[in-house]
Design a protein around this ligand. Structure first.
Ligand SMILES: [Zn+2]
Length: 391
């Protein structure tokens, strides 16, 4: 189904700027090489009014999240360490709020929430049954359902208003941003704070990170577009910071009362360029150029394998038309992915110890380039983003 109105402000003036053609569901890793998955349009637009960037094609949630494979936060050691540092920071700054109750929207397997549950009343909400069961096995309280205004009212009835609400990398996935933020506003204590983290759109645009576009990621935020979405529900951004997660992320602290913050003002001012068409208009040409350059580079290499099978690998390989004919296999340390295939490519995913070292690795998990290349020294590496380069 094609989106007709903005997910954030309901404006119908959506301006398309990047078309990646047809692509399969990115993390629906297939069990057999000859299993050709369904493909869906992968095209993004920017809202003329609030500048929220969003996917135009809305794939059904059943198709998107019923693939059998689920992402488990704890399976990624760097992400787990990131959550530990995040929790320590939130606890030191918002101890009073935490004592009034902690809620995490989209808690996955509880990798962040576990840092609160021992000391504070804490509950997670997540519609994904596999990760939610893993969180419960850790002794965490989890409600298995999507979060929105209805869920917020139920939690408020059960537990009262809450002091600290987390929504990390959740707003990208929801079909209705307004319903989630209405729920946050309804559940939050008047003196509480919500910490919301999203992938940071300006970094995506600057880095040509088109592979971060896949059907599970429906919305892409700047501080300005997130601020407008929050303000519609009476929530003010009182603090912000940029982090390195997912190629550049924005973490904001939102509260029912405004509070001046110089950094928020500076960041908002730095986003003025996003109001012009120039921020979006050149993206298609740059992305097309990456495809041409990458295909040419790979043609001159010896044996080539991929390193890492994150969801973004599916977008990159499908857009570039790269299949098992060019990339013999992909190594990934996640056991649940091993033995499966990257959708639409017939490229098998294998454990690092089960494959020989190729002449060249195409680094598909390029956000972890430094760590991966340090752990696997030698050989040739091609980094595809922000522009293909050989190391
Ligand atoms: Zn809008």
């Amino acid at each position: 189904m094609r989106r007709q109105a903005c997910s954030g402000c309901s404006c119908v003036d959506l301006e398309p700027f990047l078309d990646l053609g047809l692509s399969p569901i990115a993390d629906a890793y297939t069990a057999a090489a000859e299993q050709d998955p369904d493909v869906y349009p992968l095209e993004v637009a920017v809202c003329a009014k609030c500048r929220l960037v969003q996917l135009l094609e809305m794939v059904d949630a059943d198709v998107l999240f019923g693939s059998g494979y689920s992402f488990y936060t704890s399976a990624s050691p760097p992400l787990s360490a990131y959550h530990q540092a995040y929790a320590a920071r939130a606890r030191s700054r918002h101890l009073d709020q935490a004592t009034r109750g902690v809620v995490e929207i989209g808690c996955n397997d509880g990798d962040l929430l576990r840092h609160f549950a021992a000391d504070f009343p804490a509950v997670g909400v997540d519609p994904a049954t596999g990760p939610a069961a893993a969180a419960r096995a850790r002794g965490l309280q989890v409600q298995v359902r999507p979060f929105g205004l209805a869920a917020a009212h139920d939690i408020r009835d059960q537990r009262g208003r809450q002091g600290l609400i987390f929504a990390n990398h959740v707003l990208a996935h929801v079909a209705d941003v307004g319903d989630v933020l209405a729920g946050v506003a309804a559940l939050l204590d008047p003196d509480g704070v919500a910490m919301v983290e999203v992938q940071y759109l300006p970094d995506l645009l600057v880095n040509n990170a088109f592979d971060l576009l896949y059907h599970e990621h429906r919305n892409f935020f700047s501080l300005s577009s997130l601020e407008q979405a929050l303000l519609r529900h009476g929530l003010h951004i009182v603090d912000a910071e940029l982090t390195d997660r997912q190629g550049g992320s924005l973490r904001v602290t939102a509260a029912p009362h405004p509070h001046p913050n110089g950094y928020v003002d500076r960041l908002r001012a730095s986003e003025a360029w996003l109001n012009g068409w120039g921020a979006y208009g050149g993206m298609q040409g740059r992305v097309d150029r990456i495809r041409t350059r990458l295909v040419d580079l790979l043609a001159g290499e010896g044996s080539v394998a991929g390193y890492g099978a994150p969801a973004k690998a599916t977008t990159l390989l499908n857009f570039c038309g790269l299949t098992v004919n060019t990339i013999g296999w992909v190594v990934d340390t996640t056991p649940a992915k091993q033995g499966r295939y990257i959708p639409g490519t017939r490229i098998p995913i294998v454990a690092p110890d089960d494959a020989p070292r190729p002449d060249t690795y195409l680094l598909l998990a390029h956000n972890y380039a430094r760590q991966i290349m340090a752990a696997n020294p030698g050989g040739r590496w091609i980094l595809p983003i922000p522009a293909p380069v050989v190391y």
